[in-house]
Design a protein. Structure first.
Ligand code: FES
Length: 254
């Protein structure tokens, strides 16, 4: 989703109150899978149009496991888990995303009620579009309490963590309380499988051992094609990625 022009670059920093336990983390392996620790709940969820907006609809919940390895190359024959195919295809999983903190990367769109921080890290999940307008328009119209609420809903549902609102007067950060979990996103409207939606402030550890900035929400690439690894950049739509778990077309017909 493209952002409108003319952001202003003054901002308060967003804060995160992680819900994850100290045992919970995701470790990226070099040119290999994501290893998830701490019995993190794993579900498959479909991005589902409801009226003029979209919601997450749970398709299935996977058996709980203390540790599991999720495919990052997009080629496993045992989705969503790694089966070692990344070795035979010589998967290049180099992490190329910026390590600059969100509040340094984000553009700022001031509104009368809420101010929007937007780092442009788009997973094309389209939760930023609601019946009354997109998140940037709603931010401009946030003198109206109902539209302010809609604006915050539009930013809070974004799986990429691209969009964060702060109260313009008080500086309060609107960040939803999310239980630690990972969702394999499916996108029936586009007929593709989407990223891993990581919720609840789960630490992300690079293959080089460093830890990424802690975020409440983020979307990890699982098609293997992102140019901003480890994060999703919507390439799954471009390449028509399907994980083989659920037929997105069949899903759309339900
Ligand atoms: S990362 Fe191992 S099979 Fe995809």
């Amino acid at each position: 989703m493209p952002a409108p022009s003319a952001p202003v670059r003054t901002r308060p920093a967003p804060s995160v109150e992680p819900a994850a336990t100290p045992a919970q983390s995701i470790t990226i392996t070099a040119n290999g899978p994501y290893v998830v620790h701490g019995n993190v709940e794993l579900t498959e969820q479909a991005i589902t149009p409801v009226g003029g907006h979209r919601e997450y609809r749970t398709v299935r919940t996977f058996p709980s496991q203390d540790v599991y390895a999720l495919c990052r190359c997009g080629r496993t024959s045992t989705p969503p888990y790694c089966d070692g195919t990344h070795v035979s295809i010589s998967f290049d999983g180099e992490e190329t995303a910026s390590r600059e903190p969100f509040d340094e990367r984000a553009d700022v769109y001031p509104g009368p009620g809420v101010t929007l921080l937007d780092d442009n890290r788009c997973a094309f999940a389209r939760f930023c579009h609601r019946e009354d307008g997109d998140v940037w328009t709603l931010t401009e119209l946030s003198y109206d309490e109902r539209l302010k609420h809609e604006a915050v809903k539009a930013s809070s549902d974004c799986p990429a963590g691209r969009l964060v609102h702060v109260d313009t007067e008080e500086g309060t950060v609107y960040e939803p309380r999310l239980e630690p979990s990972i969702a394999l996103l499916e996108d029936p409207e586009e007929g593709v499988s989407g990223p891993l939606y990581v919720r609840g402030g789960i630490p992300l550890v690079s293959a080089d051992g460093s830890v990424y900035e802690l975020r409440n929400r983020y979307a990890l690439c699982r098609c293997g094609a992102s140019r901003n690894k480890p994060f999703c950049d919507a390439m799954h739509v471009t390449i028509g990625y399907r994980d083989g778990l659920t037929d997105p077309d069949a899903e759309e017909e339900k």
